[in-house]
Design a protein around this ligand. Sequence first.
Ligand SMILES: Nc1ncnc2c1ncn2[C@@H]1O[C@H](COP(=O)(O)OP(=O)(O)OP(=O)(O)O)[C@@H](O)[C@H]1O
Ligand SMILES: [Mg+2]
Length: 450
Amino acid sequence: MPRLYGLPPAHRGTSAQLGALYPFVVPAPLPSGSCYLGQEASGGLFCFDPWDCYGAGTLTNPNMVVLGQIGRGKSAFVKSFLWRQYLQGRQCWALDPKGEYGALAGAVGAVPLRLGPGLGLRLNPLDLGSHAQDQGHRGGGQVPGTGAGGVRSAHQRRSELLGALLASSLGRQLLPAERAAVDVALAATEALGAVPTLGQVAHELMSPGPGAARDLGTDVEGLRTDGRQVALELRRLVHGDLAGMFDGPSSPGAGLGQGMVVLDLSALYSSPALGLLMVCALGWLQSAMGGAGQDGTRRVVVADEAWAVLSHLPSARWLQATFKLARSYGVANVAVVHRASDLQAVGAEGSEQQRLAQGLLADAETRVVFGQAPGEAAQAAALLGLSHTEQLLVGRLPRGAALWLVGERRYLVRHMLSERERLLVDTDGAMRARAGGPGRAEEGTAGARG
Ligand SMILES: Nc1ncnc2c1ncn2[C@@H]1O[C@H](COP(=O)(O)OP(=O)(O)OP(=O)(O)O)[C@@H](O)[C@H]1O
Ligand SMILES: [Mg+2]
């Protein structure tokens, strides 16, 4: 090689050698065969699949948290991800609090299940499906990291769901006497042989039997007093905000056999009961997963607007427990929130909320960080361990671009949508109608390299 202006001779090398020279500039690609999502900042294609990454050891769990300011493209990404996963034969279930996944469901010939007062659809969150039902009160369903010896029974799962619902609804922890009263009321309802319902548990709490009272070393009147507050709260739930939706057996035909299932919760989007509604609906989805570990189906379960569940500590704790079930159920959970503070409820430094946020993130090793307001970017950086440069970057990301944290790896990605997908993900209709213009959908993708 000739020398140029007295510089040392140029060095020629292969692209593999160059990769070694710049090991921190271009991240290693994720396992091949994955689902294509967009363009990585270095120019390459960005592909991601939670199961491929898990299989290759890049991730130790398949769950994902998606964060970003309003309108940055979180739901658009999630919908296109579901669409592409569906095309690979995966089953996709989505909780849709804003009623915006209908076009996606329609594209595969599915009809969203609309849940709301007077809409006629009823789901029983205590119905754990035939697999779990067989386990009954005796225990079953190997679940890592939960309960003594890692075994959780159907009774325990129902009891946890009831505890989370009641504590969220009451806005406080259940007292030990209340927890015990709920537990024996649930057991008494289960002993009847049929699938228990929330209404039956409320009834049992109001009118406990002498056997249940004896079990707890009290008399019937004492047990009724212990359970009265929670009974009234449960009654209020099934007769009040959530009336007709969760009290009773699931509606026939409300099965989850289709490849794409969308639960449209928009009828209660602005209600304070949205979080409870989501817990009940997720509980019902969870119940259907009882046998999923055995059937080999890979499922993506999305909770869009998951801040509504995370805003109450008991339901947030319950959500984290469901994240822990992911590997045993073959499920990749996706929770969509606006900002890092959504993960921390309203907890002070060192509080349970803080630990919960850390725990939830530990159970969701894939974090997709869309643009954050500068103030929020600092909080996201602290929680997600972003460098100063990454913090500045997430404060400036345009619509459709996100910083991906996949285990220890980082990728800056511009999500690409096909023409067909654009029609499925568009949520700007109202903005366009008001502005009378062509909308903003193009703006983000144009300069999305950030
Ligand atoms: N990668 C992209 N390319 C083109 N358009 C996009 C892209 N991502 C999002 N959009 C458009 O931006 C609009 C807003 O996106 P989206 O609904 O996903 O925002 P969001 O972050 O979920 O907002 P919110 O917090 O209000 O739910 C949609 O109309 C969508 O079509
Ligand atoms: Mg959205």
